[in-house]
Design a protein around this ligand. Structure first.
Ligand code: PMP
Length: 387
């Protein structure tokens, strides 16, 4: 119950409205372990982790972090006393990985988006943003103060129409692999439009990084396009923590000098940088991606056969579309009761009425896990009226 002083902020009314609309969120106690998790005391197969390659618990990665653990954090920002040599080593590796001149590490991918977009764009620029872009991109666009034009999802004709009637400095920003749909941006066409209209291109490749493309360098590499600014998270394919921007030397310098999310916050702890340094070569070997893609083919085939609607996913993110928010929650609860943990995604993460279970597969899953999970999905889907 909120106090009297918080009445002015309608705390109780707002919570009641969320409850009424099926949009109330609660925290579960989750302890992860391999392909499983213990969720509020119950063991279940984990189908909602972003550790796509299963590297977060890999002994080599954990040992690298432990070996570097001399203090919990540098307790300082990068420009003061936080710039441990491991950060520079990591940035060199990440630039090489993405094929750019330079890279800059941020404490999280969320901050990398906020920091890069708001430092580059301002009130005299226009940002063209895909309508399904992640919340961190939406927030970054708002924070920049730029004019924001939202184009229909992956509708490059719409992007071109908007760009052709806009003057001044322009940038286009998209996800590489869309976080709630698992489909990929049409980077070839986006890049052509950007070329025609002199637009800077920014790709948030949090979910494509280390998974797709030659040497697993991400979706721009897969599409064979040159992107001005790559933004990514290290807590997904890489199984580590933190965010980064890979770009030109000049843009890196500008970010160091003007990006408030870089300047005014403490540096990523150095043991996490050391862990990422050790993990990059492991992630780029390719054996884990092979296993992951076999899992994607097996699971999506089985779910389609069972009659589920899966959207246009081409990746490890498989949206099982439900529609109504409450039904998605019932479906998720029923799955958990039967030993499968997959979370429902609802507004504002996705559009109202397009609630879904966002299944994410990892290289930790084996054939037997996938078969068992598909069986539970079919049974729970029938019971809750999803299929
Ligand atoms: N971009 C996208 C597309 C994401 O899905 C996420 C995280 N869900 C982020 C950025 C933020 O990354 P981080 O978790 O490292 O803050």
């Amino acid at each position: 119950m909120a106090s009297k002083r918080s009445d002015a902020f309608s705390v109780n009314e707002r919570l009641a409205a969320l409850e009424r609309d099926g949009l109330y969120r609660t925290l579960k106690n989750v302890r992860i372990g391999g392909p499983f998790a213990t969720v509020d005391g119950k063991k279940a197969l984990l189908l909602c982790s972003n550790d796509y390659l299963g590297l977060a618990e890999d002994g080599r990665v954990v040992r690298a972090a432990a070996k570097a653990l001399k203090h919990v954090s540098q307790c300082s920002s990068r420009l003061i006393a936080g710039n441990d040599p491991s950060m520079m080593a990591l940035e060199g590796l990440l630039a090489g990985h993405r094929g750019t001149e330079a890279a800059l590490v941020y404490p999280t991918g969320y901050m990398a988006n906020l920091g890069a977009v708001s430092a580059l764009a301002g009130k005299n620029s226009t940002i063209f943003s895909d309508e399904l872009n992640h919340a961190s991109i939406i927030d970054a666009c708002r924070l920049s103060g730029a004019r924001v034009e939202v184009f229909r999802h992956n509708d490059i004709d719409h992007l071109e129409k908007l760009a052709s009637r806009t003057k001044g400095s322009k940038m286009v920003i998209t996800e590489g692999i869309f976080s709630m749909d698992g489909d990929s941006a049409d980077l070839c066409r986006i890049s052509e439009v950007a070329e025609r209209h002199g637009m800077m291109t920014i790709v948030d490749d949090a979910h494509g990084d280390f998974i797709f493309g030659p040497k697993f360098a991400g979706v721009p590499a897969l599409a064979g396009v040159d992107t001005d600014v790559h933004i990514s998270s290290m807590s997904k394919g890489l199984g580590c923590f933190g965010g980064y921007v890979a770009t030109s030397k000049g843009i890196r310098e500008l970010l160091i000098n003007t990006s408030r999310q870089f300047i005014y916050t403490s540096a990523l702890p150095d043991h996490l940088c050391a862990a990422a340094v050790a993990t990059v070569p492991i992630a780029k070997k390719g054996d884990l991606q092979k296993r992951l893609f076999a899992n994607i083919a097996q699971f999506s085939g089985m779910l389609k056969d069972a009659g589920f609607t899966l959207g246009n996913s081409k990746s490890q993110i498989i949206p099982v579309i439900v529609g109504a928010e409450r039904k998605a929650m019932d479906f998720s609860r029923e799955l958990l009761a039967n030993g499968v943990f997959a979370q429902a995604m609802r507004y504002p993460t996705v559009k109202k009425g397009s609630a879904r279970l966002r299944v994410s597969l990892t290289a930790l899953h084996g054939k037997a896990h996938i078969e068992a999970a598909a069986g539970v999905f079919a049974k729970a889907g029938r019971k809750t009226g999803v299929i």
